[in-house]
Design a binder for this molecule. Structure first.
Ligand code: PLP
Length: 487
């Protein structure tokens, strides 16, 4: 005997869909059992009857029933037929409708923390992208990367190194990073002071996890990197914005903040301040260190694009003169490719042990294959060669970009040639909200000036990356921006 629920089942089976028919029947029946429309103990029609009602081959229904019996949703009761398993709870909460939900259309029936209203990443899509200082991924040859991956997988597999392993990352890469930090950046670290991370953003989140508890305060500059602010907040931290001038963070304000709040850390980008690009002056560095020592505050030194400095020698990181006070973050994202997701965190060993524990809790360990690939690329000298080539290309793009800004925005915008990093900080004479609106309407994708401001009184400006655009792309992007400015 056919039962009324079959009718709605029939509506949900469609030969035109991608999923096989038997799978559609399985899902529809599970849905009906879950929603209480088919209570435990209900007899199902024979496979012949259901097949006829649905207009499908009987074998399809038999297959579906067998699957559901194997999964425990249905059971057979000898000659009496197939029944919704009597072991299932008697009365699941009936749902208002048994209609198959559109894929992923269900409102979650549980509490979760939604993302902030404005996404952190630039939205994808068409239009001209002016990023905040990304590298040009096209400069690193895909063939070379593919070869390196292939060799790394083969070697790691032969050495049985593709197993679960040290959450701090591949020892070889940690050795190489430590050596590079010692020889090129004056940092006194060994392999045991290094944890490989999934980019510096991951390093930042891991560092914050071991530094703060809900309610603890973290100082950021009034112009700063929004994902850092978001990470602090996501962990229940209180963000304390502090003023910024041409020399860097306002130390007197920092002291006042430390007196007023339970400050555990200060987030800084001393080499190339994000977003303004200027380096934190040596005297300020020492003053910040003094304050940090006095109040037991950790300095999170985000050295996200150390390699690209165009004027003089790069300043050595703060971690070099105060390794016990600093958690140092670096990344291969700008040097090679963001998609590799290889960064590193350097700190005293007990902190690395705490960070490693956090890695175990989240992704268990890093990506061995990519870490091995990076180690090979460093060892073979290809990273150094690429760095030299990229440096030349970016130095040229930096000059060309400056010329374009002069040409297109003369009188309407102000900037200085950045000593380092892959972006310009540009300030505008007009109303920046209106300029942004017009630029977006013209198809330009870029980060809003508001994303850099941790408080309303901060300077307004745009951070315009020059490295990822070739000459014609840069010309188009700046011309579009200029039209919005003059608009
Ligand atoms: C200041 C700053 N920190 C961190 C990052 C994150 O880089 P990644 O996680 O790719 O290393 C960026 C990326 O642009 C950045 O600008």
């Amino acid at each position: 005997m056919l039962r009324p629920w079959q009718i709605s089942l029939g509506e949900r089976i469609d030969a035109g869909r991608e999923a096989p028919m038997y799978m559609q029947i399985v899902h529809a029946l599970i849905r009906d059992i879950e929603t209480g429309r088919l209570p435990s103990g209900t007899f199902l029609p024979s496979s012949r009857d259901l097949a006829a009602a649905l207009g499908v081959n009987r074998k399809t229904v038999v297959l579906a029933y067998e699957d559901l019996i194997a999964q425990g949703w249905l059971s057979t009761e000898g000659t009496r037929g197939t029944v919704v398993s009597r072991a299932l709870p008697k009365s699941p909460t009936p749902a208002p409708s048994a209609a198959m939900p559109a894929l992923l259309d269900d409102e979650p029936q549980y509490r979760f923390t939604p993302p902030p209203a404005r996404p952190l990443a630039l939205p994808g899509g068409a239009g001209i992208k002016l990023d905040e200082g990304a590298p040009d991924g096209r400069l690193f040859p895909a063939d070379q990367l593919a070869r390196a991956y292939r060799a790394a997988v083969q070697r790691a597999s032969r050495g049985n190194r593709l197993q679960y392993r040290d959450p701090r990352g591949t020892e070889r890469l940690r050795e190489q990073i430590a050596e590079m930090l010692r020889s090129q950046r004056g940092l006194p670290f060994t392999c045991d002071n290094i944890c490989i991370t999934r980019g510096s953003q991951n390093g930042l989140f891991l560092a914050l996890q071991v530094l703060i508890r809900p309610g603890d305060a973290v100082i950021v500059e009034e112009l700063t990197y929004e994902p850092a602010v978001a990470a602090i907040r996501a962990l229940g931290g209180v963000v304390i914005p502090v003023g910024l001038d041409e020399e860097g963070i306002d130390v007197a304000e920092m002291v006042a903040a430390c007196r007023r709040h339970a400050v555990r850390a200060v987030f800084l980008t001393p080499h190339h301040q994000f977003p303004t690009t200027v380096a934190l002056r040596p005297e300020r560095r020492l003053q910040v260190l003094d304050v940090a020592r006095q109040f037991g505050v950790a300095i999170i030194e985000d050295d996200y694009d150390h390699e690209f400095h165009f004027q003089s020698q790069p300043l050595l990181p703060m971690a070099g003169y105060a390794p016990g006070q600093v958690i140092y973050l670096g990344s291969m994202s700008k040097l090679l490719l963001p998609a590799l997701r290889i960064g590193y965190l350097a700190a005293p060993e007990p902190v690395i042990a705490a960070i490693a524990h956090r890695v175990s809790l989240t992704d268990g360990m890093g990506n061995t294959v990519t870490e091995e690939t990076c180690a090979d690329l460093i060892e073979s000298g290809e990273v150094r060669r690429h760095a030299r080539k990229a440096w030349r290309v970016y130095a040229e793009r930096r000059s060309a970009f400056a010329a374009l800004l002069e040409e297109e925005l003369a009188g309407a915008a102000q900037f200085t040639l950045p000593d380092g990093g892959l972006a310009f900080w540009v300030r505008f004479a007009g109303d920046l909200d209106a300029i942004e609106e017009r630029a977006r309407a013209a198809g330009l994708r870029f980060a809003s000036h508001r994303s850099f401001m941790s408080r309303e009184s901060a300077q307004k400006g745009l951070r315009l990356g020059f490295a990822s655009l070739d000459a014609s792309e840069a010309r188009r992007a700046i011309a579009t921006l200029a039209a919005a400015v003059h608009g």
